[in-house]
Design a protein around this ligand. Structure first.
Ligand code: MG
Ligand code: MG
Length: 263
């Protein structure tokens, strides 16, 4: 059963769990690098007074300059290159005329394709003079991702990642979003398995070396419940509380995972 599952996973099924070959991993390293560099450019550029569309323009140029293609544009009809989610927006904010204000909490989610393989990463930044609550939410969410990455090793289970994230976040008095989760990634932006930010240790599918997954905790100051706006993309917290989002794409190995979306 295990063997059969492994065998089918190696097959080139677009939507299944796939183990990546060394050559594919090399492409994914390059895609990850493009994503990391694009995020660095955005973080460097972001200022109060900019429109969220200005950030999208920067990402368009940067991804093109680096010889890659954006993952999100056109994905299920998504109209822009990156997602920019402000304050109570959790994920999937569409760049547009919204002006970023001093003190805002801004999540930037970027995907890029190189040689047919995707990289996917997100960061949240406080813009200008931010409140201590914003700074703490960012720190907790960033650390939650690190806890998840530390749990992601060959032989561990998906629930170990979820538990590492959830237990840390809830101890700090925050909540993790349930309706949106991390994912396998490769030739498709979203592959099996789903990678929840919650769960019980020792539960769920086994992680194997050669798998590439994106871990992406979304952490709210208030409750975990979400709702989608009328644009059918933007996801906000149901209670209007602030939300932060960090994400990395990583390769499972027998030791520490190799984070592909770091410069
Ligand atoms: Mg992402
Ligand atoms: Mg993702």
């Amino acid at each position: 059963m295990e063997k059969e599952a492994l065998f089918t996973s190696v097959a080139t099924r677009e939507r299944g769990v796939t183990l990546k070959s060394p050559r594919e991993i090399e492409s994914m390293r390059q895609a990850g690098k493009v994503v990391a560099q694009t995020i660095a450019a955005l973080v460097e550029a972001i200022r109060p007074g900019m429109k969220t569309a200005d950030l999208d323009d920067i990402a368009v140029q940067e991804i093109q300059r680096l010889g890659a293609k954006p993952s999100f544009k056109g994905y299920m009809g998504f109209p822009r290159t990156i997602c920019v989610s402000v304050n109570d927006e959790i994920v999937h904010g569409i760049p547009g005329d919204k002006v970023i204000l001093d003190g805002d909490l801004v999540s930037l989610d970027v995907g890029a394709v190189v040689e047919g393989f995707h990289g996917d990463s997100a960061v949240t930044v406080g813009v200008g003079n931010v409140s201590p609550a914003v700074t703490e939410l960012i720190d907790v969410t960033r650390e939650a991702l690190e806890r998840g990455i530390a749990a992601a090793t060959h032989g561990a289970r998906l629930g170990d990642i979820g538990w590492a994230v959830q237990s840390f976040v809830e101890e700090r008095g925050y909540s993790v979003v349930r309706e949106y989760v991390g994912h396998g990634i490769g030739r498709a932006l979203h592959e099996e398995p789903q990678v929840p930010n919650f769960g019980a240790p020792g539960s769920g599918a086994l992680l194997r070396k050669g798998m590439v997954i994106a871990i992406e905790p979304m952490v709210n100051i208030g409750g975990w419940q979400t709702r989608a706006l009328d644009d059918n993309w933007t996801v906000v917290t149901a209670d209007g509380s602030l939300s932060a989002h960090f994400e990395n794409t990583l390769l499972i190995t027998e030791g520490d995972a190799e984070v592909l979306t770091r410069v």
